[in-house]
Design a protein around this ligand. Structure first.
Ligand SMILES: Cc1cc2nc3c(=O)[nH]c(=O)nc-3n(C[C@H](O)[C@H](O)[C@H](O)COP(=O)(O)O)c2cc1C
Length: 192
C-alpha cells in the first residue's frame, strides 16, 4: 500500500517562503510512514493529481500588501472545481505564512488559508505549540518565536536574501508543523 501524501501548496516570489516550505518538508520527512511533496502553485496545472490524492495539504504564502500573494489567490480560485466536486472534503489542512515585518498582518494571510480549507470541508491542524520568546529569559531562538497558534509564522528581514532570512528558528517552527501534520495524517488515514 502506498504511503499517505502530505502536500505543500505554496507560493514564493523571491525565495524566502520557499525556504520555509522546504523546512516544512523536512518535518514531514521525519515521519517514515508519510511522503511529502512540494507543489509550487504556479505549477499546479501539472500537479492537481498530487493534491487530489493527498491526505493533507499544507498551504503556504508570503504576505504581499497585507494579504496572500496574488499568485496564491489565483491558485485558490482555480481550486473551485475541487470545491464543486467536494474533492478535498475531509483532507487535513494546515498553513504557514512569511512576511517582512514581525507582524506584517500575517494573521490576515493565515485567515485566508484557513478559510480556503474550510470552503473545501478540510480539517485544520494548528501548530500545537505554546508561544516562545515571550518571557524575561526568552530568546528569538525559541521555537514559535512569533507566537502563533493557528499555524507557523516566519519573518524575513527585507534586506536579506533567502540564504539567511527567515532565521533558523523559523525553519525549526516550520519543521515542527510539517512533522505534526505528517503524524496527524498517519492517524487520520489509519484503516482508510
Ligand atoms: C509586493 C510586496 C508586498 C509586500 N507587502 C508586505 C506586507 O504587507 N507586510 C509585510 O510584512 N511584508 C510585506 N512584503 C515583504 C514580503 O512579505 C517578504 O519580503 C517575504 O519574505 C517575501 O517572501 P518571498 O521571497 O517568498 O516572496 C511585501 C513584499 C512584496 C514584494
Amino acid at each position: 500500500m502506498s504511503k499517505p501524501v502530505v502536500a505543500i501548496a505554496y507560493h514564493s516570489g523571491y525565495g524566502h517562503t520557499k525556504v520555509v516550505a522546504e523546512a516544512v518538508l523536512a518535518g514531514i520527512k521525519e515521519v517514515d510512514a508519510v511522503e511529502g511533496v512540494l507543489v509550487p502553485v504556479e505549477e499546479v496545472d501539472a500537479k492537481w493529481d498530487v493534491l487530489d490524492g493527498a491526505s493533507a495539504i499544507i498551504f503556504g504564502v508570503p504576505i504581499y500588501m497585507g494579504n496572500v500573494s496574488a499568485a496564491f489567490q489565483t491558485f485558490s480560485e482555480k481550486t473551485a472545481k475541487r470545491w464543486y466536486e467536494k474533492k478535498w472534503q475531509d483532507k487535513l489542512a494546515a498553513g504557514f505564512v512569511n512576511s517582512g515585518a514581525m507582524n506584517g498582518d500575517k494573521h490576515r494571510g493565515m485567515e485566508v488559508l484557513f478559510g480556503l480549507s474550510q470552503q473545501h470541508g478540510m480539517v485544520w491542524v494548528g501548530l500545537g505549540l505554546h508561544p516562545g520568546n515571550n518571557t524575561a529569559n526568552a530568546s528569538i531562538e525559541d521555537l514559535n518565536r512569533l507566537g502563533s497558534f493557528v499555524g507557523a509564522y516566519a519573518q524575513s528581514n527585507n534586506d536579506q536574501g533567502p540564504d539567511v532570512a527567515p532565521p533558523a528558528t523559523d525553519h525549526r517552527t516550520a519543521q515542527h508543523l510539517g512533522k505534526r501534520v505528517a503524524e496527524a495524517a498517519v492517524r487520520w488515514t489509519k484503516g482508510a
